[in-house]
Design a protein around this ligand. Structure first.
Ligand code: PNS
Length: 165
């Protein structure tokens, strides 16, 4: 049986924690689809969906069984349309658990055939989140080791653009 999984998220921006999970997921399932949520209610994003798509496409180039796309609406509908049997999510700490558990159970309610797989990123990324990265970067903190180099470049370019605007 071929296992196709969806790795959904906001990815604003993609972090090394996300990439670590993609690497782990890619060895575990036959096909992994990174899916960027288009209609996120998380407020004004740092990067547009198109920019995130571009960065993730570049970052996953070395994986032949990983692709990236966008979706909106219900994740279960998207997963079904993709013919995927599983959703991959990362759990970094106990604090993630409640939210992830609720989502997994709701998704199971909506589609009992869709399984949620949880994987843990490397220990060194357990505190890394897109939200913290943006916050620290905006205040001048160095996040170089926490995001892929191409994301770092784009963040710097964005900051420069904002300063000169
Ligand atoms: O990176 P995030 O923001 O934690 O990802 C959240 C995401 C995209 C997985 C979640 O918001 C989602 O699946 N949204 C799609 C709408 C949906 O299906 N909602 C019901 C799931 S409880």
């Amino acid at each position: 049986m071929q296992t196709k999984a969806i790795y959904p998220g906001t990815f604003d921006p993609l972090t090394n924690g996300h990439l670590d999970l993609i690497a782990r997921g890619a060895t575990f399932v036959d096909e992994l689809v990174v899916a960027i949520l288009r209609n996120s209610d998380k407020g004004v994003p740092l990067f547009t969906v198109a920019e995130r798509l571009e960065m993730i496409s570049e970052a996953i180039q070395k994986y032949s069984n990983v692709s990236v796309t966008t979706f909106d609406g219900l994740l279960v509908d998207f997963a079904r349309a993709q013919g995927a049997g599983a959703v991959l999510r990362g759990i970094r700490a106990i604090s993630d658990y409640e939210y992830e558990f609720q989502m997994a159970m709701m998704n199971r309610k909506l589609d009992p055939a869709l399984e949620t797989l949880f994987m843990m990123p490397a220990e060194k990324y357990t505190y890394v989140s897109s939200r913290l990265i943006k916050g620290v970067f905006k205040l001048g903190g160095d996040v170089t080791e926490l995001v892929p180099p191409l994301v770092m470049e784009r963040m710097k370019a964005k900051a420069k653009g904002m300063r000169s605007a």
